[in-house]
Design a protein around this ligand. Structure first.
Ligand code: PGA
Length: 257
């Protein structure tokens, strides 16, 4: 059985103190308003800046439903890569997840399919679970080649893996035109792409991997539209940017399943 997941991607926001306060605030709101699911059914993930992960770990450690994630990692194990953060460094904080291949990384930092495949491999090797992002820009959707592009992104960076590895993979479909724009994919557009991705997994790895892999939607998920998006059979939750920085909104999103 795949889990529902509400994951926040804080991006480059919050100082250390602001981040700690935000986590404390969200945890106390979650105590007041606990989700109806248990930790086997639903996970909440805070994808914070690196500097916040360790303190975040101390705050969330009493709650089995809540995990920490990094937003990126480097594609080499260690060495002379000034300023980069390795998967074993992330793992040493206690974080369990790492976001890999976010469209902002692909676009601004020119991360290729090949580099992302290396990051995925390193994360799995060090027992960190990738939240692997894919999704098309507007011009690709307008040309109606979005299915081909998403297929390619998944094939090139994930399909060298074995079926067993998928126990530790989460996929996030994030159409670039919906990220930070306030324009959300319609529930039908999200469901259509998620079903397509699940079918790709089924063709490559069989029905069990396909049905056990959580596929999240990202792109202007809000307290208002989360329930409608999450109601789709192949939408297992959200990777949430802007709304994950507002405690009330994110707790509403978590309670939208
Ligand atoms: P958004 O960002 O929710 O602010 O659109 C989503 C993301 O980039 O993961």
């Amino acid at each position: 059985m795949r889990r529902k997941i509400a994951a926040g991607n804080w991006k480059m926001n919050t100082t250390l103190n602001e981040g700690k306060e935000l986590i404390e605030n969200m945890l106390s709101k979650l105590d007041e308003n606990p989700p109806k699911q248990n930790a086997d059914e639903l996970l909440v993930i805070f994808g914070t800046p690196f500097i916040t992960i360790e303190s975040g770990m101390q705050l969330v450690s009493g709650n089995p439903m809540v995990k920490m994630a990094a937003q990126n990692c480097y594609s080499e194990e260690k060495g002379a890569y000034t300023g980069e953060i390795s998967v074993s460094m992330i793992k040493s904080t206690g974080a369990e997840y790492v976001i890999i291949g976010h469209s902002e990384r692909r676009e601004y930092f020119h991360e290729s399919h090949e580099m992302l495949a290396k990051k995925v491999d390193l994360a799995l090797k060090h027992d960190l679970k990738p939240i692997f992002c894919c999704g098309e820009k507007l011009e690709i959707r307008e040309k109606n080649t979005h299915f081909n592009l998403v297929k390619r992104q998944i094939e090139e960076s994930l399909f060298h893996l074995g079926a067993e590895d998928f126990k530790n993979i989460v996929i996030a479909y994030e159409p670039v035109w919906a990220i930070g724009t306030g324009v959300t994919a319609s529930p039908e557009q999200a469901q259509e792409m998620h079903a397509f991705i699940r079918n790709l997994l089924a063709e490559r790895y069989g029905p069990k991997v396909a049905s056990d892999t959580s596929i999240l939607y990202g792109g202007s998920v809000s307290a208002k539209n989360a329930a409608e998006l999450f109601a789709n059979p192949d939408v297992d939750g959200g990777l949430v940017g802007g709304a994950s920085l507002k405690a009330d909104d994110f707790v509403t999103i978590i309670n939208s399943f």
